[in-house]
Design a binder for this molecule. Sequence first.
Ligand SMILES: Cc1cc2nc3c(=O)[nH]c(=O)nc-3n(C[C@H](O)[C@H](O)[C@H](O)COP(=O)(O)OP(=O)(O)OC[C@H]3O[C@@H](n4cnc5c(N)ncnc54)[C@H](O)[C@@H]3O)c2cc1C
Length: 397
Amino acid sequence: MKNSHILIAGAGPVGMVSALVLGSAGVPVTLLESASALSMDLRASTFHPPTLDMLAKYGLAQTIVPQGLVARYTQQRDRAEGVIAEFDMDLLRGDTDHPFRLQCEQWKLTEAIKAQLALLPHVKILFDTKVEAVMQGASQVQVAANRLGEMLHLSADYLIGADGAWSAVRRAVDIEFEGYTYPERFLVISTDFEFADHLPQLSYVNYCSDPKEWCVLLRVPTLWRVLFPTRAEESDEEVMTDGAVQARLQNLLPQPTPYRTMHRTLYKVHQRVAKQFRKGRVLLAGDAAHINNPLGGMGMNGGVHDAFNLCEKLLAVMGGQDPALLDRYERQRRTIAIEYINASTARNKREIEERDPVERRKTQDALRATAADPAAARAYLRKTSMLDALARAEAIA
Ligand SMILES: Cc1cc2nc3c(=O)[nH]c(=O)nc-3n(C[C@H](O)[C@H](O)[C@H](O)COP(=O)(O)OP(=O)(O)OC[C@H]3O[C@@H](n4cnc5c(N)ncnc54)[C@H](O)[C@@H]3O)c2cc1C
């Protein structure tokens, strides 16, 4: 292993987890990150149970659980009627060591990993280093990266492209990113206003359907995050004005004074999966390989699952196993990206925004019946917490 070398593009959660898994096994790793520091952006905020199980093997669940909120319950609500169905994740006890969703900002994970990587001298993170070109030979992969104007040329046994949705690695090796972009954008507003004091029985994770404007209310330790869809015809400038932001919040819950907002992020949402996850010595993982809407919190979690699956195989291949094992990574994780992550998030969006009253009633009745039956609720939770997706991946040869 000491003679091997792995390059990783991107120090987001997926690149950082990969560096830790490989580095902990003694593999020399160089991580190339175009930004000058780890991102502190408020992006994913949910860790699903199996992700925590995987992270626990590296002591990371133990570090981030105390920094987040343990969400035992999740709710499906209706903006007008309130709670439709509440699910108790404790039903997953026995399926996982972490029968809850952890509400915790994703940057807390990358910071925790950075502290561990600092103890591994054979793992290097090069900030301000942007991957620009990738070339492959029979036994090595070469990367050209721009480091503050100076070109670096690096070679390695394998390259992991964990450089996010706009992946330069994916483009450099000419892999198509198949799928579509939704016409509307998503607006995430964070506020220190305490919604739980005003909306009865609110849990930390609440999906609120509505025929006019659905929303998601998510708690992180110091803030509430509210996700709204925007209308396709609204311009970005209109959506981001104080007036429009306040109007959306006031329409959700009227207040005599304006809401204090801490962050506002407007972003385009896509459902896309790369046509290949492997091309020779180049492997894609995380957002570089698949992106989806955030309804269900599967983006970062799915990416972390990719990282564990891939690194386990890379370690086996560097230990002498047939490199064809890496094709199984693609078969397993690409199938999950299409059948589970993409399909469930697209369905979640259709259901939360449904306008037809008959269809809405049907979905809500089904949710009520599922929550009322512990066996059905456990089956539902196994799907939504991605445990079934991992079992399905394991079954793929
Ligand atoms: C506004 C927003 C809200 C989100 N909310 C949620 C949510 O609620 N739930 C959820 O599950 N997911 C959410 N996501 C998605 C989630 O954040 C991603 O799935 C997750 O960050 C993917 O991790 P990653 O490591 O694959 O990619 P990223 O986190 O995007 O990391 C990629 C890294 O690569 C670096 N990079 C890019 N290009 C290069 C290059 N050429 N060379 C070197 N480095 C490069 C970037 O600087 C970055 O650090 C959200 C995303 C956004 C944008």
